[in-house]
Design a protein around this ligand. Structure first.
Ligand code: FES
Length: 216
């Protein structure tokens, strides 16, 4: 079957919260891969995508010419993926779902800038505070006066983590991974059964009364 609109139809189904299975079965390998990414993104939290950045990311993810003619509808969900990539989740991981060939990209390279995300008063000892700075999302953590910042993006497939106070853990709403406050993935019979990379560190500094992170 050679129908250039079939991927569009599958994405339409997805965007309307309907199963794309019927259409999806007719897709070729690359189209199925794109549909899987789209499904992944639908499962992620919306992240106020920046249009220009997401367009650039889309071009890197899907270099094949105009496979998705209704790109704008699809791109709405790519903001979460954008955050994931910048938070250290390699594009290769998203594209191939390979667990052994992950390509880790630097969190933010030399082209970053310091972005204020909190004040010292916001972050007394014991506090864990979510932040968003440009395309980077994460958590500020104050333990005994030492302030760290960790990526808030799951290292499995890029969903945004939530902090669960009762467990003192970062929990992934997508497939249940949990990370400790130090960023290590919990393992064991009651946790996610795939060895996941720890949450990447984000550079953080105190500048006067302001807490700043290195972001883009
Ligand atoms: Fe799968 Fe987080 S994205 S466990």
């Amino acid at each position: 079957m050679n129908d250039p609109e079939r991927l569009d139809r599958a994405l339409e189904e997805l965007l309307h919260d309907r199963s794309p299975r019927g259409v999806g079965e007719s897709l070729d390998g690359e189209e199925q891969r794109m549909l899987r990414v789209a499904q992944l993104l639908r499962g992620s939290r919306p992240a106020d995508p920046d249009g220009e950045f997401v367009e650039a990311l889309h071009a890197r993810l899907f270099p094949a010419p105009a496979r998705v003619s209704r790109r704008t509808a699809f791109l709405g969900g790519l903001g979460a993926l954008a955050a994931g990539v910048l938070a250290g989740v390699g594009i290769d991981r998203f594209a191939s779902e390979s667990r052994s060939a992950t390509t880790w990209t630097p969190l933010v390279g030399a082209n970053g800038r310091w972005v204020p995300v909190a004040t010292v008063a916001d972050l007394p000892h014991g506090t864990i505070k979510a932040f968003r700075a440009g395309h980077v999302q994460g958590f500020l953590i104050n333990r005994h006066g030492e302030i760290r910042a960790l990526s808030g993006v799951c290292t499995h497939m890029g969903c945004l983590l939530e902090f669960k106070q009762s467990d003192q853990a970062f929990v992934c709403p997508c497939h249940g991974a949990e990370f400790s406050i130090s960023g290590e993935a919990y393992q064991g019979p009651h946790h996610y059964n795939i060895r996941l990379s720890p949450l990447p560190e984000i550079r953080v500094r105190r500048s006067g009364e302001s807490i700043e992170v290195w972001s883009v």
